[in-house]
Design a protein around this ligand. Sequence first.
Ligand code: H79
Length: 450
Amino acid sequence: MKKYITIFVWVALVICCSTKTLKAQYQIPEKLGWWYEARFGMFIHFGSYSYLGHGEWAFSIENWKKADYQEKVSSNFNPEEFDANEIVRLAKDAGMRYIVITAKHHEGFSMWDTKVKSFKDVTGKKMYNLRRFTTFGKRDVLMELKKACEANDIKFCLYYSILDWGHSSQKINHIDGSTFSSMKSDSARTAYIRDMKAQLKELIKRYHPAVLWFDGDWTRKADKPTPEKWWTKEDGIDLYNYLVKLAPDMIINERVARSFGLGDFECPEQEVPETPSNRQWETCQTMNKSWGYNENDHDYKSVKILIQELVKVVSRDGNYLLNIGPKGDGTVPVQTTDTLQKIGDWMKIYGESIYGTTRSPFKTEPDWGFYIKKEGKLYIHVFSWPKTGELTIPTLKNDIKKIYLMADSENELNYTVNNGEIKISLPEDAPNEINSVVVIDVEGLPEASE
Ligand code: H79
């Protein structure tokens, strides 16, 4: 008996360790419907740091004094060439369905004409935002982008940083980056949170963002606030409830206070979880190594890597938010436009295998690619085309109608079903060098036999 138990435990262990077990499907709340179907969005990091061109963390990393930063960086920010229609066209042509732009990043510089009085510069004399602190003039870049999005059926969404290096309530310990910002006093904290909520109300009333994407909750903790860990789980819950009252259909990410299961979706950063989560998620990724424009960063990921990551993410039931960092003048770096255009070339043929799809129906992932499904279709994304001329995949419970290459739907591929395997005959050459998709048309939603 003992022997059998040992063998059983061994077998169970081997199975657990060698397969990435997919958890049960979850219900998608109605308000997340469009977002869950969209699958692919554009992140835009744009702020006064774009002028300096050293990335959005420059203030902290380069030990700027608040006054110097505001005078030498922020006040010179003048995105005259910002062209919302062009950016939306880039996103749309790349196959992206929503755009999230930074309304205020950690630097504390607001991209709209906020009327909330405490968001002033270090002298306390001027409002610290694009309209009042620069010579840019009356243009409202967030509104321009929102209008362009609306005209092109793209959802407009906003990013907002909870921590704020510009605000008088907070000081920055440059030496230990891990402190992010600390609160000067308890009353400063209370007043800042009140004002932050007022800013968010402004953003909601003015721009009606489809998603509010929080960040900068790094100073969070579960219980009572301290000067360093000044943002609490309770603050996150309170903020979420406040926002939902103002805009019940708006989607809010988990970073109202991360890792407490709050918000409407999880957001790992530059990372793809090994398995699907037990709720909706989105990962954000940079195209090079920077979020905000960095003039020295030309280390762009290949189009192949980005497309394959998008596919991996969707096959594990996530959304993919890919970043661009426009320059201070508002133009988009040429490597960025080039990359987006090439992603679009692929998406134009294969986009239907991404939109409105859900995770792989199988328990394990092959080493040559990924599976993605939707009603009536199993999409087999093949990164490494088999030299044998044959692709073997596990069987489905569904009846198969036909199998074909997504790039050539007229010609059916031959296949056999035997011993729990479907063997599909493929042409010698891959139709697409980055990722070719084989489609199985089935009755119903694809379901693994096992
Ligand atoms: O907006 C982007 C980042 O600026 C923001 N989240 C994405 C979407 C972010 N803020 N903080 N962090 C990410 C994590 C902090 C990383 C740090 Fe560092 C490590 C801060 C200091 C050391 C990375 C490396 C940033 C500066 C140097």
